[in-house]
Design a protein around this ligand. Structure first.
Ligand code: 26Q
Length: 828
């Protein structure tokens, strides 16, 4: 009976009920009424009202999964780039229309309130966003799963520009509280750090080890609810927050040493303080290792505890019931931690523990760059995790014996494959540890998976060919179409029904409409409307007027030399010089739109940001340019801004050097929103082009094999500089002060890196890039044919749904299946 009243009060399916709920929440959580409420009060009241709709479904899901006792997927990731929660949760609880009405009746501005929702920036880029798309798909498909991660107090920094330079500001996303989280203080876990080990023999004569940590830290889990779309299931994202095990040292406090009394508390809580912003070039920082161990140890303790709390569960069946996926190597210390728990605490023998461990873990690798492979100095690792170092050594010793047995006398191979890299400083190769310990190893696009097997992890693929797989990435159509592009989504649904939202393959039904002039016309209209929205945003933020009918040429992604934003800059200079020389760019008006954060310590990347600003300053203010060119650098590119950008783009820049971009996922978001791609044969571009058709994709650049061949024969960038007059003029302009207010030194490092080394072969790919872009420019003038191509991109990109990816992981990696969650019985 009591249950009934709670549910009735919080489940609102009518305007009247939702209004009452909102006003109740406003009064009881904010202590306000409509007349004196601040926009922020309204925001919180709305967030709580929407959240209330999820709680019942979440309880049902947990209960249904508990009853079924199915295999559970554990996703271990140091990053989740979730994007804003309010709008999505309204969409997933069918409360958008209700809220619209209620806000009208109360004369409140819903859009203003939606803008107050803070995006949790708990990730760097693609890898973190992929984790968020996976949570969405797992819930939508009702695959029993839990995501584990870190509740960083400060997420990815907020990027600002000062005089064209990137300046980082702290992302204090929790300042006003987070209405989406449910702290779980009852489930706190203590973990150890540092100290030493003690080896002893038990009465039965078994070797035993105790780890005596120097300090302990407490982890407090915090839930965020992750609803599925068009289903009852609501999943749990469990994020750990570090707490001091003891608040402070009373002894010291009483002796008057107040500062030192709280010091260790501060040190403990620092562990979950901030996300490290250097993606692709991990630095061996002690605090980062502690973060990794902290969240992994808390998660495993939680998993084992929950698992063993059921009488029918035993460790022998652990791997049949739990699949743990490692999102890159960041959580790989889970492997020695699992071994430690099984051996030291549950007293299993090595072989038995190893059997369980290797049947539990799967490893996903997201890179091809050698410098992105994590390696921890043995000294540092042993200081933080002395027992784990012993275990890693033991894993390595047994592994190397296996290699020696398979390839007798091949010492070179032993050296290459060892988990420990020898050198002046010995380091643990985390990718090797992951590969040795996992039943499957996968890349994130076909080319990368092949190169992992042929190059990066070749010896491992030779040893265990059956472990290697490919799982080409995908994105959730709910956020990146339905939510961010409602107009286009409505048009699609009008034509083919709404099944595509959960079965994205159904987009292929659009193919025949791409041939209808009226459909293309509707598409053009709504693309223009999206461009107008983005133009208004650009005017508000950058003060630049851009023409919505110009070609929107967009490059949004992290700033990295391998992604070649600099090549894009060379293109803009090329057009500018053409225009100055001949009065025309030879192509229709173009608006170049950039969004990119550079890692704070990555000087070369930061200088490229400065250069693009320098080009923008000149191009946007030169009277000769008229409306032929505009250059815009959007500040602080994140998921929220992405949602504004993907629907508004005409041309998507995917121009990494072949063999460098593992997959890319922005490329998919663009294609699904009717954007054509200019790209290299790299990452998932290859698969996008195969599907949408070569005639609907602007291809340029060297292939992976050609890159290798060119490097083998000794690449000389100066040859391209000397032989291509246009290119020479472009590069010379970098040091003649044109784009640096007369400063001829500023961009010297860029010119030197291009002419002396050009690691990413910009000069080699320059000519074919420009040629293809000119072709794209000409193609854009036939706007009807352009929209036909764009629509074919949409119709043929259904494969790139994260739902498809999750189904493949379930089948090929996790052996997991859905458990249906019955809708709540509202009459109960
Ligand atoms: C590691 C250790 C210490 C500090 C930082 C890091 C760190 C953090 C983030 C290393 C790498 C990352 C992120 C990598 C990433 O986002 N990779 C991208 O993953 C996408 C999803 O698979 C791919 O589409 C992209 O191609 C890949 O670059």
């Amino acid at each position: 009976m009591g249950n009934k009243t709670t549910e009735d009060r919080h489940t609102a399916t009518t305007v009247k009920a939702f209004k009452k709920l909102l006003l109740d929440n406003l009064y009881h959580t904010q202590g306000a009424n409509v007349y004196n409420a601040s926009p922020y009060d309204i925001y919180r009241a709305l967030a709580f009202s929407v959240r209330d709709q999820l709680v019942g479904r979440w309880r049902e899901t947990v209960d249904a999964y508990y009853r079924a006792d199915p295999k559970i997927v554990i996703y271990l990731s140091a990053e989740y780039l979730l994007g804003r929660q309010l709008e999505k949760n309204m969409l997933y609880t069918d409360t958008m229309k209700l809220a619209d009405k209620v806000f009208q009746e109360l004369d409140l501005d819903l859009d203003e309130v939606l803008e107050l929702d803070q995006e949790p920036g708990l990730g760097n880029g693609g890898l973190g966003r992929l984790a968020a798309c996976f949570l969405d798909s797992l819930a939508t498909l009702s695959i029993p799963a839990i995501g584990y991660g870190i509740r960083y107090e400060f997420g990815i920094f907020r990027q600002t520009f000062e005089d064209g330079w990137q300046v980082e500001k702290a992302d204090n996303w929790l300042r006003y509280g987070n209405p989406w989280e449910f702290p779980q203080p009852d489930d706190m876990v203590e973990i150890g750090l540092g100290g030493h080990t003690e080896h002893w023999r038990d009465p039965d004569g078994h070797q035993r080890v105790n780890w005596i940590p120097a300090e302990t830290v407490t982890g407090e889990p915090c839930h965020m609810l992750m609803p599925g779309y068009d289903t009852s299931s609501v999943h749990t994202l469990r994020l750990w927050r570090a707490r001091a095990s003891e608040d402070f040292d009373f002894g010291m406090f009483n002796e008057g040493d107040y500062a030192r009394a709280v010091e260790s508390k501060v040190r403990s809580e620092n562990i979950s303080k901030a996300l490290y912003p250097n993606d692709e070039t991990p630095q061996g920082k002690e605090l980062r290792l502690k973060q990794q161990y902290f969240f992994v140890a808390c998660s495993l303790s939680d998993i084992l505890h929950t698992f063993l709390s059921r009488a029918e569960h035993t460790l022998e069946t652990f791997a049949d019931k739990i699949a743990i996926q490692l999102n890159d190597t960041h959580p790989v210390v889970a492997v020695p931690e699992m071994m430690r728990l099984l051996i030291d605490e549950h007293e299993l023998g090595w072989d038995e523990a190893w059997h369980i461990t290797t049947r539990t873990f799967g490893y996903t690798c997201h890179t091809l760059l050698p410098e992105a492979l994590e390696k921890w100095p043995v000294g540092l690792f042993g200081r933080v995790l002395p027992r784990h170092l012993e275990i890693v050594y033991e894993i390595n010793a047994r592994f190397l014996k296996e290699v020696e047995a398979r390839f007798p006398g091949d010492n070179e191979r032993l050296r290459r494959m060892s988990i420990i890299e020898e050198g002046t400083e010995r380091r643990i190769r985390m990718a090797h540890l992951a590969s040795v310990s996992s039943h499957t190893i996968n890349g994130v696009a076909a080319l990368q998976s092949r190169l992992l097997q042929e190059r990066t992890l070749r010896d491992f693929a030779e040893m265990w060919p059956d472990r290697f797989q490919n799982k080409t990435n995908g994105v959730t159509p709910r956020r990146f179409m339905l939510q961010s592009n409602p107009r286009f989504s409505a048009l699609i649904t009008e034509k083919i029904g709404s099944g595509w939202l959960t079965h994205l393959d159904e987009l292929s039904k659009l193919e025949k409409f791409a041939g209808q002039a009226g459909f293309r016309e509707s598409f053009r209209k709504l693309k223009l409307a999206s461009k107008e929205t983005l133009a208004a945003y650009i005017f508000e933020k950058n003060g630049i007027q851009v023409d919505p009918s110009s070609l929107f040429d967009v490059m949004v992604k992290r700033l990295h030399e391998y992604k070649r934003q600099l090549l894009k800059a060379l293109h803009i200079i090329t057009l500018y010089q053409r225009l100055k020389r001949s009065g025309s760019t030879g192509v229709p008006p173009i608006t170049f739109i950039f969004g990119a954060k550079a890692a704070p310590g990555y000087q070369a990347a930061k200088l490229i940001i400065k250069l693009i600003h320098g080009i923008a300053d000149v191009v946007n203010h030169d009277a000769d340019v008229g409306d032929a060119l505009r250059v815009v650098f959007l500040e602080n590119f994140n998921v929220t801004i992405g949602e504004l950008v993907y629907p508004a783009a005409d041309l998507s820049e995917q121009i990494s050097l072949a063999g460098k971009e593992a997959s890319g996922t922005g490329n998919m978001k663009f294609a699904l929103n009717g954007t054509l791609t200019i790209g290299t044969l790299d990452g998932a571009n290859i698969e996008i082009r195969e599907r949408v058709g070569a005639e609907n994709f602007f291809l340029f650049g060297l292939t992976v094999d050609e890159v290798l061949a060119l490097k083998m024969q000794g690449y000389d960038p100066r040859r391209f500089y000397e032989e291509n007059e246009t290119l020479r003029a472009v590069i010379d302009a970098l040091t003649d002060g044109t784009f640096s207010s007369g400063d001829r030194e500023l961009f010297n490092p860029i010119v030197h890196s291009l002419l002396d080394r050009d690691e990413f072969l910009l000069l080699a790919d320059y000519a074919s890039y420009i040629e293809r872009l000119d072709e794209a420019g000409r193609a854009f003038t036939d706007s009807d044919d352009w929209s036909r191509k764009a629509l074919l991109n949409v119709a043929r990109s259904g494969y790139f749904s994260s739902d498809r990816v999750i189904e493949e992981y379930c089948r090929d990696v996790w052996n997991a299946s859905p458990v249906e969650v019955q809708p709540q019985d509202s009459s109960r």
